[in-house]
Design a protein around this ligand. Sequence first.
Ligand SMILES: Nc1[nH]c(=O)nc2c1ncn2[C@H]1C[C@H](O)[C@@H](COP(=O)(O)OP(=O)(O)OP(=O)(O)O)O1
Length: 184
Amino acid sequence: MTDAVTDPRFVGWHVEDDAHRAMPHRLYTLVFPMDSARSRVLLGMKKRGFGSGKLNGFGGKVEPAETVEQGAIRELAEESGLVAAAAARCGLLLFYFEDSPVAMEVHVFQAREYSGVPVETDEMRPEWFGVDSMPFDRMWADDHIWWPLMMRGDLFVGRFWFKADQVTITRSELDRVDSLDFAQ
Ligand SMILES: Nc1[nH]c(=O)nc2c1ncn2[C@H]1C[C@H](O)[C@@H](COP(=O)(O)OP(=O)(O)OP(=O)(O)O)O1
């Protein structure tokens, strides 16, 4: 966990109010490998840890010495076996859980070019899904809200407040944005 206002990798504070900006933040990545030729996306069933039992993209905590994109590419390889040279930034998600003092800042990417084949790892069991028939009932409750924006190619910023059950959303905000480069 780092100081979200002085570490330039954090950008959530640009869109937050003072009360939320004052919370400690932790930085995460979330990567969706896309197969555009077959209109598919690779999801992984999380086998352990936070969100276990849910289908999601691949990602995790960003290490202190890496950029967010480097963290995204590293987690993708560790969790799915796919090796990407680059990942395209798509969105920013902020999650607040009623039983946690720490806000989650999640940087969402798509990987459109990669090598390797998906492999099951200790953390994830990968499976392809058609982008128009997403298994939202087995994913985080926010995903069906912002997924259509990402599929349209819109950049987005979303904020979601969850109950401790990690299922119930008590408040949400979602905006299409022109840029995710908040330093400009
Ligand atoms: N509401 C939510 N909607 C969503 O789509 N993804 C979410 C989410 N809340 C968290 N995530 C993602 C972000 C990140 O990719 C992942 C959590 O990261 P990790 O798997 O690293 O967490 P863990 O606490 O299991 O970490 P480790 O113990 O270090 O493996 O879940």
